[in-house]
Ligand binder design. Structure first.
Ligand SMILES: [Zn+2]
Ligand SMILES: [Zn+2]
Length: 358
C-alpha cells in the first residue's frame, strides 16, 4: 500500500492527490510527495487523467478530512516532474528563471510522455529565450542539440529554426556530424540535421565560387580585349596604333582575388586558421559560421578603374554586387531547419510555415 512520504511539498495546498517521486537532485535518496490537484492535471493531461482514474485514495489517513490519492511515480524524472506540475498549476512563482539545455529537454520528454505539450509549452518560451541570448550556457553543439530536441518536442517553431541554425553554423566545413538522438522521435531529426549540414557546406562553397568567378571571368578568352576594341577584334595596322591588351578588368580581378585569399575566403586551401585551437589543445576545425563571418567582415580593396574602356566588363561592379548579394543571401538564408517543413516531410513555401523562410 502506498504511503504518504514524510516530506510533502504543496504545489497547491488543498490538492487532492500526492505524487510520490524520488531522485530529486537536491536529495536523491528521499522520496518526496508533491501535493497536486487532480482536476488541474487532468484538464491539461489525458495521461494524468488516466492515472488518477486508476488510483485509489488512502483509507486510513489521520488528520485528513478527505484522504488524498497517492500516485507512485518513483520511476519518473523527479526534477522535471516538479517543474511540469508547477507549470500545469500555473505556479509561475515556483518556476526557475533559468533552465539548462538538458533540463529543458528532460522537461520536454516528460511533457510529451504525459501528452501535455500544448499546455506546458507556453511557459517554456522564456527559458528558450534565455538560452538563445546566453551563449555561454548554450554554446557547444551538444548543448545546442539538447535545445533542438526540446524545441522539437515542444513544437516551438521559432526556437527550432534558431537553434538548428546555430547548430549548423557551429559545424565543420569539412566533416559531417550526426547528433546523438536521446528519444525515438528525434532520431530522424538527427539524420536530417546532418543532411542539412552537408547542404550548408555545398551552399557555402558555391557562394565562395561565385565570388571568385566574379573575378575569374575576366581572364576568359572571350573577355580579353585590346583597349577600345571589342574582344576578338584587333587594331587595324594601318591606323598606326599599338595593340595593347586592356588591363583594367584583369588587374582589378587580381586585386580582388588576392584580397579574398588574404581574408582566408578563397581558395579552400587557405581556409584553415592555424591560430585557432580547440579547448583540448588540438587544432580547431573551421566552421560554417567562421566562414560566414569572414565573408561578412570582408572589405573589398579600393580599385581605381578610371582607365576602363567601353569593352571592359566592369569587374569592380560585378564583384561588389556579387559580394553584396551573397552577404544578403547568407543573412536571410535559413541555415537550419523549418519545423513545419520537417514535420510535413517536404520543403514548403515559406508563407505556409510559422517561420519565414525562402
Ligand atoms: Zn577595356
Ligand atoms: Zn517551412
Amino acid at each position: 500500500m502506498a504511503q504518504i512520504p514524510e516530506s510533502v511539498a504543496n504545489v497547491v495546498a488543498d490538492g487532492d492527490a500526492i505524487l510520490v517521486l524520488s531522485g530529486f537532485s537536491g536529495s536523491p535518496q528521499t522520496p518526496i510527495g508533491l501535493r497536486v490537484s487532480t482536476h488541474a492535471l487532468s484538464l491539461a493531461s489525458p495521461t494524468f487523467k488516466n492515472t488518477f482514474a486508476n488510483a485509489k485514495p488512502l483509507t486510513d489517513t489521520e488528520g485528513e478530512a478527505t484522504p488524498p490519492i497517492i500516485v507512485d511515480l518513483l520511476d519518473e524524472d523527479a526534477d522535471a516532474m516538479y517543474i511540469l506540475v508547477n507549470i500545469l498549476h500555473l505556479r509561475n512563482d515556483k518556476l526557475p528563471t533559468h533552465l539548462p539545455p538538458s533540463g529543458l529537454r528532460r522537461l520536454a520528454i516528460l511533457a510529451q510522455k504525459y501528452a501535455c505539450v500544448v499546455a506546458a509549452s507556453r511557459a517554456t518560451v522564456h527559458w528558450f529565450d534565455r538560452l538563445y541570448f546566453n551563449t555561454t550556457t548554450s554554446s557547444g553543439p551538444i548543448e545546442t542539440w539538447s535545445i533542438i530536441e526540446a524545441a522539437y518536442l515542444f513544437d516551438e517553431a521559432t526556437f527550432f529554426a534558431r537553434f538548428t541554425t546555430a547548430w549548423i553554423l557551429k559545424q565543420s566545413l569539412h566533416t559531417k556530424q550526426i547528433p546523438l538522438a536521446t528519444t525515438a522521435e528525434t532520431q530522424k531529426l538527427a539524420l536530417m540535421l546532418a543532411e542539412r549540414q552537408s547542404q550548408a557546406q555545398i551552399l557555402l562553397r558555391r557562394d565562395i565560387d561565385m565570388l571568385a568567378d566574379a573575378c575569374a571571368f575576366t581572364f576568359s578568352k572571350d573577355k580579353i580585349h585590346y583597349i577600345d576594341y571589342a574582344p576578338g577584334l584587333s587594331p587595324d595596322p594601318d591606323e598606326g596604333r599599338q595593340a595593347v591588351t586592356c588591363p583594367v578588368d584583369s588587374e582589378g580581378a587580381k586585386e580582388y582575388l588576392g584580397a579574398l585569399r588574404d581574408a582566408k575566403i578563397w581558395p579552400s586551401v587557405v581556409w584553415e586558421d592555424h591560430s585557432l585551437s580547440s579547448s583540448n589543445g588540438g587544432r580547431k576545425d573551421i566552421t560554417i559560421g567562421d566562414m560566414v563571418d569572414r565573408i561578412k567582415a570582408f572589405r573589398e580593396p579600393e580599385y581605381d578603374d578610371c582607365d576602363k574602356c567601353e569593352f571592359c566588363e566592369d569587374v569592380r561592379l560585378t564583384f561588389v554586387e556579387t559580394l553584396q548579394g551573397k552577404r544578403e543571401e547568407q543573412e536571410k538564408r535559413l541555415w537550419g531547419l523549418c519545423l513545419d517543413c520537417f514535420k510535413a516531410g517536404v520543403a514548403r513555401a515559406g508563407g505556409e510555415c510559422r517561420v519565414e523562410h525562402a
